[in-house]
Structure formats: C-alpha cells, structure tokens
Ligand binder design. Structure first.
Ligand code: ADP
Ligand code: MG
Ligand code: MG
Length: 280
C-alpha cells in the first residue's frame, strides 16, 4: 500500500511502456481505482527522463476534468516507484471492448450506430483538450478506455500544452506507428505540433472501429509512409458504412495537413445523431 491506497499487484490491468497498471482501492473511501506503477529501479539511467515525463503527464491530467477523459486522482512517489492514481475503466481498452462485443458474431468492428456513439464521445473528450490547447500525440485504440460503455481518452504521456513548446523534445514513440500522422512518421520537426496530428490518428481509429482493420498495413515505417502517400484509402463494400462517415474519414486522413479536416470542422459535425445514419 501507498498512503491511503492499496494496490493489488496480482491484478494487472495492462502493461505500458514504462510501467504496469494495477487495480487499487482507496482505503478511506473504498473507491476502486487504477494505479499505474512506474518502477524506477532497473531504469537508473532514465530516472530523470521518466520522472519528467510523469510530471508532464500528471500536470496535464490534473487540468482535464471531463466525462470522456480519464480522471486523474493523485501522484505519489517513493524511492523506487512512481504511482499514478486514476479512474478505473472496467471495460478495458477500446480494442478489447470491441473484441468482447464481437466475440459472438466473430466480427472485428462495431455497427455504425454504436461506432458513432463511441466516436462522438472521443471527439467530445478531445474538445475539452482542444479548449485547453492540449495535444495528445498518441491517440490509438489502446489509449482509449471504456467505463460502463463510455469512451474516455487516456494516457497523456506524450501530451503537450501547445503554448509552451520547446523543440528539443524529440519524440520517442514506443508504440505502433500505424496511428501516427505522416508528419510524425517523417519526424518533420515542425516548429509547432499541429493539432491536426491528432486528427490523423483519430481518423485511423474511426476507420478501424468501423472496418475492423487499419486502412494501411506495413511492416516498416518506410513502407507505411510510402503506402500512405501512394495508395489511396479504400473503403471495403462490407461492412456497409454510410457515405457521410466515409467522407469524414477521407477528410481526416489527408496526407497534407492543409487539406486535412480541422478540429473546428469535426466539432461542428453531428457524428452521433445524423440524418443519414438514421436512413441507412
Ligand atoms: P503507457 O503510457 O505506458 O502506454 P497506459 O496509461 O496507456 O500506459 O496504460 C497501459 C495499459 O494499462 C492500457 O493500454 C490499458 O490496457 C491499461 N490501463 C491504463 N489505465 C487504465 C485505467 N484507468 N483503467 C483500466 N485499465 C487501464
Ligand atoms: Mg498507452
Ligand atoms: Mg503513456
């Protein structure tokens, strides 16, 4: 236990880059929570870097209070560990949620009507980040968590408040490049990280939730980059997806940021309640 919190080290909720997330309990309120434990011991060399990253994550999460953003409770530090107390999302990651939902029918995607609800929740969560000038930079299905059917953006480890940009922060993405925008893949150190980087990642997520796969597949970053630039996005005939949704995704996945949909445009759209989806 750490302070008033008990951590159940036998119930891992997931593994991350630097740490592992466990189920925990607040012994005062009896509330169940999720605790990300970052072990500093075997990481002697990286301690400063990891500590900085955690502080950044914690600073950003503290600002974000929204039903579609994972709520942060507290940070605790001991000599060997950093503990991140946060809202427990019992439904797990978006991909595991879809897997569970689709076990019966053996599909890997959601019906459009349900997809729209979840995707609009993600957009709503992002709107709060956008209002606070925060970019996420690591949006992908394993960083979207589900709590009682509600989608929540999580893992703000690579997030950044746009006003205080410093260029030497070179991004060390450990995750999959499948969701990274062309600008990040070619690591153009553009002076400001455009919030449109997150539009790209979300476009890939939209596609995957509706089709059960990502639009481009590759075994290396180079190959992926070439495919993105040369192979136009394809929308399979099955599952059937509305033209409106396809148009939205196409606009979100424009290689050139100038042509790509902006967040303002996306916020204007009624993803959840749409005429066309009711007719289909
Ligand atoms: P990392 O920054 O190392 O990627 P994450 O914060 O994404 O770590 O957490 C890693 C994994 O742990 C997630 O993909 C998810 O499976 C699980 N997890 C993280 N936070 C929670 C939470 N609040 N509730 C439930 N599971 C979680
Ligand atoms: Mg993660
Ligand atoms: Mg992280």
């Amino acid at each position: 236990s750490v302070g008033q919190f008990q951590i159940d080290l036998t119930s891992s909720l997931g593994k991350g880059t630097f740490g592992e997330v466990y189920l925990g309990r607040d012994t005062k309120t009896f509330e169940i929570l999720a605790v990300k434990v970052i072990n500093l011991k075997g990481n002697e060399k990286q301690v400063d870097q990891i500590t900085k990253l955690c502080q950044n994550e914690c600073q950003i999460m503290q600002r974000l209070k929204h039903p579609n953003l994972v709520r942060f409770y507290q940070l605790q530090r001991t000599q060997n560990n950093i503990y991140f107390m946060m809202e427990y999302c019992e439904g797990g990651t978006l991909n595991s949620y879809i897997d569970k939902k689709c076990q019966k029918n053996q599909l890997k995607y959601l019906a459009e009507s349900e997809a729209r609800i979840i995707l609009s929740q993600i957009v709503n969560g992002y709107q709060e980040m956008y209002n606070q000038n925060i970019v996420h930079r690591d949006l992908k299905p394993s960083n979207i968590l589900m709590n009682k059917g509600v989608a929540k953006i999580s893992d703000f480890g690579f997030s950044k408040i746009l006003s205080d940009f410093d260029n030497q922060v070179l991004m060390t993405f450990a995750g999959t490049p499948l969701y990274m925008s062309p600008q990040i893949l070619t690591s153009q150190k553009s002076r400001q990280y455009s919030t449109k980087t997150d539009i790209w990642s979300l476009g890939i997520i939209f596609y995957e939730v509706l089709y059960g796969q990502t639009p481009w597949k590759a075994s290396s970053i180079q190959e992926l980059m070439i495919k993105i630039q040369t192979v136009p996005i394809k929308f399979p005939a099955i599952p059937r997806v509305s033209d409106q949704m396809k148009q939205i995704i196409s606009k979100m996945l424009k290689v050139d940021e100038k042509d790509r949909m902006s967040w303002e445009e996306l916020f204007q759209l009624q993803i959840q309640h749409d005429q066309e989806s009711l007719l289909n």
